[in-house]
Design a protein around this ligand. Structure first.
Ligand code: OVM
Length: 396
């Protein structure tokens, strides 16, 4: 039971209908108040930009160690918790600083050229070839090849990467049909992932090997190093696949924005940020209260959980003008697609380089993008994206 006067929502954000189109639910959540009670899962939820940001930045009140999904991982964990995502200071601080070092803008600057060249080759090969699936031929290929190469994971078995991400992100939701389907082949997928995180299987010089250098320096143990490599493989693939697919879709359906990008390819970086504002890959994570607190004027008791809807905040009309419009010239900074605060996406320098590389290649090599059929959604409890996206890239 919730106290009277507190907004209660009976919609389930994880229903098929709401996964296909989450925006009516997000609007109801924002308009209900600073925070609402979700009856379907007995959990709080917040969706206004101001409150989402406040929760994310107050890690002393809002912990991650009980998990950042719907389910308390102290009670029910399908895998050993992440040392990064599902951890709090002081332990979190140590591992975060190691990953920050490996993925810093300074350390990843060299990827600009490598990713840029790969993206141009990939996109050139798709221009003028008629109808193709942009998920299959572009959005999935690029991270699975380019990012996995940088981590240094073996080439054999990379087909397990996206199924693993699907497990991880479905695992942040309820134990519903999507979670169960993703877990069908779990043992085999996890075995490959864990093997790929071992030192002897990582290419020298890659992000993975660099994490093990921190264990040589005795900053962390070898076992912890393996777990941090697992974080790369958990967080680094499905997210960027979603973003790249969503970008292609938004440009196909907003041709005037694509013309703008073509005349000014340096907008690629901006366009990537606007894409993840409007169609946010990681829609929601959660936090757990470490003490009695409040959101707006609503009391939240210690140990209660709140779902924090990045995607709702990213379309909050209190923050954005014409929030539902795709406008690559708007100032999208301040969006919460990468989160915020001490858990804000540590991989974002890499994600941005991937995005800029692919959107830059589209700008320079493609004349127009046409939808060639009905896109099919890939339904996942956390990540919003497509399964298939039939398009054609016409020559300039
Ligand atoms: C991790 C992890 C998993 C999923 C997402 C994420 C977006 C991190 O295992 O550390 O960040």
């Amino acid at each position: 039971m919730v106290a009277s006067g507190i907004p209660v929502i009976d919609k389930d954000p994880y229903s098929t209908e709401n996964l296909i189109d989450p925006y009516p639910f997000h609007e109801e959540l924002r308009e209900a108040g600073p925070v609402a009670w979700l009856e379907a899962h007995d959990v709080w939820a917040t969706g206004r930009h101001e409150h989402v940001r406040d929760v994310l930045t107050d890690w002393r009140t809002w912990m991650s160690g009980a998990g950042v999904g719907l389910i308390d991982l102290r009670v029910d964990a399908w895998r050993p918790p992440s040392l990064l995502l599902e951890a709090d200071p002081p332990n979190h601080t140590v591992v975060r600083s190691i990953i920050e070092r490996v993925l810093s803008p300074r350390a990843t600057k060299v990827l600009r050229e490598r990713f840029g060249a790969r993206a141009e080759t990939l996109v050139e090969g798709l221009v003028g070839t008629g109808s193709f699936d942009a998920m299959e031929e572009l959005a999935r290929v690029f991270p699975v090849e380019a990012f996995a190469d940088e981590v240094g994971v073996p080439e054999e078995g990379r087909e397990y990467l996206l199924p693993y991400g699907d497990m991880v992100f479905n695992g942040q939701g309820p134990r519903n049909e999507y979670f169960r389907a993703a877990m069908e082949n779990a043992a085999e997928v996890q075995e490959w992932i864990m093997a790929s995180c071992r030192r002897e299987n990582l290419a020298p010089g890659g992000f993975g090997a660099q994490i093990y250098e921190a264990s040589d320096a005795e900053e962390i143990t070898e076992q912890q190093a393996g777990m941090l490599v697992r974080s790369f493989l958990s967080a680094g693939l499905d997210t960027t696949v979603s973003a790249l697919g969503n970008a292609v879709y938004l440009f196909a359906t907003n041709p005037e924005q694509f013309d703008l990008l073509r005349t000014e390819p340096s907008l690629a970086r901006h366009a990537f940020e606007e894409t993840i504002r409007l169609e946010t890959p990681v829609q929601v994570f959660s936090r757990t209260a470490t003490r009695d607190t409040e959101i707006g004027n609503t009391r939240i008791a210690g140990d209660e959980r709140v779902m924090v809807f990045f995607a709702a905040a990213n379309r909050d009309p209190r923050c954005w003008e014409e929030p539902d419009r795709f406008d690559i010239t708007r100032r999208a900074s301040g969006h919460l697609a990468f989160g915020q605060g001490i858990h804000g996406c540590v991989g974002k320098p890499v994600a941005r380089i991937e995005g800029e590389a692919v959107l830059g290649a589209l700008a320079r090599k493609v004349g127009s993008i046409k939808l060639e059929g009905e896109p099919e959604r890939h339904l996942n409890n956390t990540v919003r994206g497509f399964e298939s996206l039939p398009v054609a890239f016409h020559a300039p």
